[in-house]
Design a protein around this ligand. Structure first.
Ligand code: B4P
Length: 199
């Protein structure tokens, strides 16, 4: 069963690679950034609250994100695996996710071996890319929140609030680091080799 979290700074290619790997392994690609952007476009209650944070480059408050992810993971398409792109992004999100995942995702049909290997466990893919490459990539993407000032601020937010997750998942031996400073195809190949070994 493929259960992966994609971690990495803004522009590391989380969305790009998560989408390709989700297609290859036939699991849903769950991007918190995409769900938030859809809500912003629809001017939903969540979108109205999230927008002010996203436009500045800040993280959206944990509570809003946790409710949103829990609701999405309850969809039947997520029963047999998922790729989470951009979540968890804070230690609080990671801790709460772990508690909720352990309490809700146990599949009764799994053997003990399968449970140990995949049932409640997942791996975390850390895509590593130098800051100067990230800034160039995001400036050429040109999304609403991709101006230089906001990008630099998002990189700061990443190092303060998300980078601690690298130690968090290293300690639990869930972390796998992949060099994201290569062509999209090279990174995809490296990821597929890694996922094949895990499944
Ligand atoms: P996200 O939508 O997660 O976006 P991102 O971090 O900016 O980009 P990503 O790493 O996915 O890069 P991509 O593949 O697109 O977050 C946006 C905002 O949402 C956050 O700032 C925050 O406000 C909010 N948010 C989301 N999740 C949250 C959470 N859990 N908690 C709180 N707030 C949350 O790649 C970028 C560009 O590089 C693309 O143009 C791509 O084509 C290019 N590219 C990718 N790989 C490449 C490669 N190998 N070579 C060359 N170019 C490449």
């Amino acid at each position: 069963m493929v259960k992966l979290v994609f971690l990495g700074p803004p522009g590391a290619g989380k969305g790009t690679q998560a989408s390709l790997i989700a297609d290859s392994y036939q699991v849903p690609h769950i991007s918190t950034g995409d769900i938030l952007r859809t809500n912003v476009a629809q001017k939903s209650f969540l979108g109205i609250q999230a927008r002010e944070y996203m436009d500045k480059g800040d993280l959206v408050p944990d509570k809003l994100i946790l409710d949103m992810v829990q609701e999405r993971l309850e969809n039947s398409d997520a029963e047999n695996g998922w790729i989470l792109d951009g979540f968890p992004r804070t230690v609080t999100q990671a801790e709460e996710f772990c508690k909720k995942l352990l309490s809700t995702s146990t599949n009764e049909n799994e053997t003990e071996g399968e449970k140990a290997k995949s049932g409640n466990s997942f791996y975390v893919i850390n895509l590593q890319v130098p800051d100067n490459v990230l800034v160039d990539r995001l400036l050429s993407r040109g999304r609403q929140d991709d101006n230089e000032e906001t990008i630099r601020y998002r990189l700061q937010v990443y190092s303060q609030q998300t980078q601690p997750l690298i130690d968090f998942y290293q300690a639990s031996q869930q972390l796998i680091t992949i060099d994201g400073n290569n062509s999209i195809e090279t990174v995809t190949n490296a990821l597929e080799k890694t996922v094949d070994k895990l499944t």
